[in-house]
Design a protein around this ligand. Structure first.
Ligand code: SF4
Ligand code: SF4
Length: 444
């Protein structure tokens, strides 16, 4: 069975919600829609207090090349356009909408019929994806239209859909592959047309047998798309690891997938592309897993963008008494939710609650030079050395020489360290400093 060659770890799956159908979340009372939904420049609000909006209406416009449209996920009246704290507590511009009914823009096709014909040119597809505000749903929330439009000197040969969902606990992608396999594949065909490639792969980890079966059955009608079963290993879903596993190609240091002729998109993104291109539906909702051993009712929801995390808690039996940590995403690469009143973003895949016991960090001790972190690092780095250099301060040249910029912040080193050294936290900070220096360096 295929997998990436260097490093990786095997955390417990904890896929508590794998057999829970995706349920449509009840209509909200108020939606809080952030203008910082994607990587790059936040969108510029184009509505004002008192404006009436429908579901799917543009409320934010791109404010740069790497930026995107933001649409209203609800219908109602704009109550405020103001700075509000995001999940980390940082002030971000939001459009707050008081919900009235559930009125959708007329051009959105809400019928369940599957539309297979793709009568659009490559340029029209990219325009529709851009207008639909589609961003990568695999983590980074990079605007999809930018990724589908590589620089003129780079040529895509393959599209790879990431269905590996290697993060413990998260089951949103597993569920959409089981419940909507053909729409995901049509999304892939649309992106293949945009990229002008003739071959696509969907990588799925072996621990999702029903998703593999559903996708293989649907793919029988799409011979240009091959379903590839992958070994269960974290971080199988990392772009570079997925490309290595499926094509054997190695993305160069500081390079991008397109440097080896590959474009990677998440299966959720592919479904969003299908909806934007075939149904005129912008990205206003997505599948989100709400999970954790302490959660009373673990579930998968189809959630509107802008749903407050506190509102989600109400729908799963309330705040568990022993919940000590809230995470947006999975336990390995997710982000801590410091502000429970913050709202979901387009890229939110999961809301994970963990207890004190589950998250307690053990006492740090001295490095015993066991090299377990080196063995686990999927990027071939030496985390113990990076940690030492970061802690010494000002060792930026050495850190650059050790390619700290290649760290994908997967946390494998931290997971494996018997001395409980917070390797990821230290390396992440050092990487941010080195990246700042590299970005500010005058171009030759
Ligand atoms: S967090 Fe960075 S250094 Fe640690 S294992 Fe992952 S890639 Fe390697
Ligand atoms: S795993 Fe921890 S103890 Fe072992 S070499 Fe790496 S940093 Fe040191």
């Amino acid at each position: 069975m295929k997998t990436f060659k260097i490093g990786g770890v095997h955390p417990n799956d904890n896929k508590l919600t794998a057999d829970s159908l995706i349920e449509v979340f009840p209509v909200l009372e108020t939606a809080y829609i952030s203008m910082a939904q994607h990587l790059g420049a936040p969108a510029k609000p184009v509505v004002e207090k008192g404006d009436k909006v429908k579901v799917g209406q543009v409320i934010g416009e791109p404010a740069g090349f790497i930026s995107g449209y933001v649409h209203s996920s609800v219908s109602g009246t704009v109550k405020a356009v103001e700075l509000m704290p995001d999940l980390a507590g940082n002030p971000v511009m939001h459009v707050v909408i008081e919900v009235e009914g559930d009125e959708w823009c007329e051009e959105i096709d809400r019928t369940p019929d599957i539309k297979r014909d793709i009568p659009y040119s490559s340029e029209e597809i990219i325009e529709k994806i851009k207008n639909g505000g589609i961003v990568g749903l695999g983590g980074a929330a990079f605007p999809t239209h930018v990724k589908l439009n590589p620089p003129k000197d780079k040529k895509a040969e393959f599209l790879i859909l990431n269905g590996s969902e290697c993060e413990p606990y998260v089951t949103a992608d597993d569920r959409i592959m089981r419940e909507r396999p053909e729409e995901i594949l049509i999304g892939a065909v649309i992106m293949m047309k945009a990229l002008n490639v003739t071959q696509a792969f969907v990588g799925i980890e072996v621990n999702k047998p029903q998703a593999i079966a559903a996708m293989k059955k649907a793919a029988a009608d799409y011979p240009q798309i091959k379903i590839v079963v992958l070994k269960k290993k974290y971080p199988q879903g990392g772009e570079k690891q997925l490309i290595d596993a499926i094509t054997g190609r190695r993305v160069p240091s500081m390079g991008l997938p397109i440097d080896v002729g590959v474009v990677v998109q998440n299966v959720g993104t592919s479904l969003a592309v299908y909806e934007a291109v075939q149904k005129n539906q912008p990205l206003i909702e997505s599948a989100v897993t709400v999970t954790g051993h302490c959660v009373t009712e673990q579930r998968n929801f189809l959630l509107r963008v802008g749903t407050p995390f506190s509102r989600i808690l109400d729908a799963v039996g309330g705040l568990p008494k022993d919940a000590a940590k809230f995470i947006s995403g999975g336990p390995m690469m997710g982000k801590a939710v410091a502000n429970i009143d913050a709202s979901t973003l387009k890229g939110t895949s999961a809301f994970l609650l963990m207890t004190e016991e589950e998250t307690k960090r053990k006492q740090e001790s001295n490095c015993i030079r066991c090299a377990k972190c080196v063995e686990a690092c999927p990027m071939g780095l030496e985390p113990y050395l990076l940690n030492k250099l970061c802690r010494a301060g000002n060792k930026y040249d050495e850190l650059e020489k050790e390619k700290i910029y290649d760290c994908i912040e997967c946390g494998c080193c931290l997971y494996t360290c018997p001395a409980n050294i917070p390797l990821l936290d230290i390396i992440r900070m050092g990487k941010a400093d080195v990246m700042k220096i590299i970005r500010n360096r005058p171009k030759k």
